[in-house]
Design a protein around this ligand. Structure first.
Ligand code: ADP
Ligand code: MG
Length: 631
């Protein structure tokens, strides 16, 4: 028989990753072993999951395991599993292309970090290629479970790979690493053992290796299991040490850094379940677009699925960890999960435990944490808020049941200072006559702080929330109130500030007195505003624009439009400051043409003050220049 060797070229993205891996010197290159063991373990998970339905799939080969084979004579280290295996097409597809946008993100992240640190490679879905950190060439021999055909995939990472038919005793995969001259240490027992213990101790399947013991005639070779391989979450909390949690997290998440916090819980009663949930220190590169959760679902210690969206709501997708149920059927599928009442129970527990953990963090003072290799005094909740605050806002918006608890966890900047504040503290500081929680939204803090809309509020000593995140306005709209105090936009409707009779009278008089000016301005600006009225919002600025009480703000309108939504432009209300000299000057103006120019300027500068452009920037500059020239 002549064997046919096919040559395939790598997808361009793969070549980019390979160039990175091959051509540079990286710290932590030992992570290749974690990545390959993780793939082997995934293959065993998949096989055991399939075997729940296909009863003959395992055949005689029932003991699922990973084996590490050191061959000093050949200079190879092999990672072998008797897992699900790959067909010819799967070899080509899985080890020749990158399905996700992983490689580009990996490059960006490496460029951003300015560190050639590939230890995170597994997070980008390209972990397999880390084999080339230590190998000149890699041979993969695989046989798919349930098939008799075996195939070889082989590459030197020089732009292409070969595929040829081969033979293998039983199902599974061998990844054979032809070690580089400077990576021969992985032919020795201890370096391999140390790396396995470091990264893969909690892999659920036994990782075995042959070792030599004794001397001379006493010398014998024996199989050792290198990892602890116990489901950590099944032990009681008092039995598990901090370092074990940290190691478990790292081996589960492909993370390098310690987790920020975790919760380990057991629920007993009608439903039983165990869970171990971690909050990372840093958001993953694709948190924004990712919809998968990082929580694995087990049923009675049997792995069921990786990204159990059914038991973790989307806004908690930053969590990593495991949930192990005693009640779900072992052959549970996505469809069953979606229907099963147990799923809802589990989800509720996950949300509840996560919220409790966050509440504890929020209540905590400074603690010593190791960040970027240095010990620092930090408030963990602030770190959390910086990385994942946005997820909590999503939660407020989508998860009505958790809204109240989430509201207390939100943090805002206010005009008071530069710190982050919770709503409870804000309400606690409110002066007796303040009836609402006031907020103003802008694209950045500086614009929000100097917004004309909050002048009168500040003068009264009312604190104002400065909302700069795009979704903030939707969040306060969804919340409506906190602790019985309504959220009120500084730039919407009437502010209804408490007034003395005298103040009220003053305003009414001004409105009457300025009646004609207001009418004339409304006519001049009829294209842009629906009303011109006297305000109690302003103390220093001549005018500002406000929306209807329940209308969308100009910023919300703009955000939606930028996101491609078709939003009709709403006319807003121009409010003028009756005590401002500009308004008084306009009142005395008889030249209608000039009055119209001034009205347009008044309107445009109100737009500018909230960070928008004048309606017609060229016309605005011309008017301004004329004004400066004293015409
Ligand atoms: P990821 O594990 O994130 O999917 P990798 O680059 O580590 O990315 O692996 C790519 C793919 O190759 C895997 O998703 C899997 O389909 C396949 N694969 C790798 N190693 C094995 C193995 N030992 N057994 C079966 N399939 C494997
Ligand atoms: Mg992998």
């Amino acid at each position: 028989m002549t064997t046919t060797v096919e040559k395939h070229v790598f997808q361009a993205e793969v070549n980019e990753v390979l160039a990175l891996v091959v051509n540079s010197l990286y710290s932590h290159r030992e992570v290749f072993l974690r990545e390959l063991i993780s793939n082997a373990s995934d293959a065993l998970d998949q096989l055991s999951f399939r075997a729940l339905q296909e009863h003959d799939l395992l055949g005689d080969d029932k003991e699922l395991r990973v084996e590490l084979i050191r061959d000093p004579a050949a200079g190879t280290l092999t990672i072998r599993d008797n897992g699900v295996g790959m067909t010819r097409d799967e070899l080509i597809g899985n080890l020749g292309t990158i399905a996700r946008s992983g490689s580009k993100k990996l490059m960006q992240s490496l460029a951003a970090e300015q560190k050639k640190d590939l230890s995170l490679i597994g997070q980008f879905g390209v972990g397999f290629y880390s084999a080339f950190l230590v190998a000149d060439s890699v041979t993969v021999l695989s046989r798919k479970a349930g098939s008799d055909d075996a195939w070889i995939w082989e590459s030197e990472a020089k732009g292409d790979f070969e595929i040829r038919p081969s033979e293998r005793k039983g199902r599974g995969t061998d990844v054979v690493l032809h070690l580089k001259a400077d990576a021969k240490e992985y032919l020795d027992e201890w370096p391999v053992r140390t790396v396995v213990r470091k990264y893969s101790d909690y892999v659920r399947w036994p990782i075995r290796m042959q070792v030599e013991r004794g001397d001379g005639a006493e010398k014998k070779v024996e199989w050792n299991t290198l990892n602890a391989a116990r489901a950590l979450w099944t032990r009681s909390k008092s039995e598990v040490e901090r370092a074990q949690y940290v190691d478990f997290y790292k081996s589960l998440s492909h993370e390098w850094q310690d987790p920020l916090a975790w919760t380990h819980f057991k629920v007993e009663g009608t439903h039983e379940l165990t869970g171990l949930l971690f909050v990372p220190q840093k958001a993953p590169f694709d948190l924004g677009e990712r919809r998968k959760s990082g929580v694995r679902l087990f049923v009675k210690r049997v792995f069921i699925m990786d990204d159990a969206q059914e038991i973790v709501p989307e806004w908690l997708r930053f969590l990593r960890g495991v949930v192990d149920s005693e009640d779900l059927p072992l052959n549970v599928s996505r469809e069953i999960l979606q229907r099963d009442a147990t799923t809802r129970f589990i989800k509720k527990q996950v949300v509840g435990k996560a919220l409790t953990l966050l509440e504890e963090l929020a209540a905590e003072g400074e603690t010593e944490q190791e960040l970027d290799g240095e010990k620092q005094q930090v408030r963990r909740y602030e770190t959390f808020w910086h990385e994942f605050g946005r997820n909590l806002k999503e939660g407020v918006y989508h998860d009505v049941e958790s809204r109240e608890r989430l509201a207390a966890l939100l943090r805002f900047r206010t005009d008071k200072d530069d710190a982050l504040h919770g709503l409870k503290d804000y309400v606690g500081r409110m002066p007796a006559d303040q009836k609402a929680i006031f907020w103003v939204a802008a694209d950045n803090l500086a614009t929000a702080r100097s917004s004309p809309h909050i002048e009168a509020l500040r003068k009264r000593g009312y604190e104002v929330l400065l909302l700069t995140d795009q979704i903030d306005e939707w969040v306060v709209d969804a919340l409506r109130e906190f602790d019985g105090k309504p959220f009120t936009a500084a730039a919407k409707g009437a502010l209804d500030l408490p007034e003395t009779d005298e103040q009220k009278k003053h305003k009414e008089e001004k409105q009457k007195e300025l009646g004609s000016v207001l009418e004339r301005a409304k006519t001049a600006l009829s294209e842009h505003v629906k009303e011109v009225r006297v305000t109690d919002r302003l103390t220093d600025s001549p005018a500002c624009l406000v929306s209807d009480e329940h209308g969308m703000s100009a910023r919300q309108e703009r955000i939606l439009r930028e996101a491609g939504h078709d939003v009709p432009a709403q006319k807003r209300i121009l409010e003028v400051n009756p005590d401002h000299p500009v308004i008084r000057k306009m009142q005395a103006m008889t030249d209608e043409q000039r009055f119209a120019e001034w009205s347009a300027l008044l309107f445009d500068q109100a737009r500018l003050a909230e960070g928008a452009l004048p309606v017609d920037p060229a016309a605005f500059s011309k008017r301004l220049a004329q004004l400066m020239a004293g015409q």
